[in-house]
Ligand binder design. Structure first.
Ligand SMILES: [Zn+2]
Length: 255
């Protein structure tokens, strides 16, 4: 196996930080090629630290990382995009935190860090520009994240008989991760009705690029139903597969 060079330059977004020792901080960052990493920023809490302003949460930063025995060390940091606009708004901060937490918990389940990286930057840029419906953005983000992490819900074929789903009321199962046709779903426990209008939007979000979705206007009642479904599906996946009970508790507090 080739040895990594001692110092690497990389792009990163800061997902999470915690204080360490007197003046240091451990940062959890997401990178395009290596996915999620824990790195140490030494001396960052001293007022003289030149790195501090570049390593705020959600900042897209270019860093130099030196290999070390415990945590690799950030030796230099320069902000590439600081997303100043979204930081000035509580709604922007809470949405960016949500996006960062989702990348944090789902990042390990996905082996395509480059696509996750692209989605993360896309979401932060759109939240910062504040030109689109942020709820629509988060729904698109959630459903694509689920696919990348291997939890894509089945929205086109019945989970029971495999037939194409028809534009009628079908049955949704969070546990099974998809939809049953009326004849298969009617007798099942733990399923709920899903209307053809809601299913249509879920499918559209799942198979479309953000560019094809961002200009859509969706009736508030439909978007709310989509939000409720994705929220409960995320909770199911987080609890059962990812065992991320802490994140679920935080989610339940804001919803
Ligand atoms: Zn069926």
């Amino acid at each position: 196996m080739a040895e990594r060079s001692r110092i690497n330059r990389m792009q990163a977004v800061v997902l999470r930080r915690r204080d360490y020792n007197d003046a240091d901080r451990i940062l959890t960052v997401f990178t395009p090629n290596l996915g999620k990493l824990d790195l140490i920023a030494k001396g960052i809490r001293k007022t003289s630290s030149r790195k501090a302003g570049h390593l705020e949460l959600f900042t897209h930063v270019s860093i130099l990382v030196a290999q070390a025995r415990t945590w690799d060390i950030i030796t230099e940091a320069v902000a590439v995009e600081s997303f100043r606009h979204l930081r000035g708004d509580l709604g922007g901060i809470s949405r960016a935190s949500y996006v960062a937490e989702l990348i944090d918990v789902f990042g390990e389940a996905s082996d395509d860090s480059t696509r996750l990286w692209d989605m993360l930057l896309l979401a932060l840029r759109e939240l910062d520009a504040a030109e689109v419906d942020p709820d629509l953005l988060l729904r698109w983000f959630e459903i694509h994240l689920l696919s990348l992490a291997g939890f894509q819900p089945e929205l086109f074929h019945c989970l029971g008989c495999g037939e194409d789903l028809q534009p009628v009321d079908n049955f949704l199962s969070f546990q099974a991760g998809g939809i049953y046709c009326p004849s298969c779903g009617e007798t099942l426990n733990g399923v709920e009705r899903i209307s053809p209008d809601v299913l249509k939007i879920l499918r559209h979000l799942q198979r479309s690029t953000w560019g094809a979705v961002r200009g859509l206007t969706i009736r508030p009642a439909i978007l709310q139903a989509v939000e409720s479904i994705l929220y409960r599906y995320l909770v199911t996946v987080l609890e059962r597969q990812l065992k991320s009970a802490d994140f679920v508790r935080r989610l339940q507090r804001v919803n």
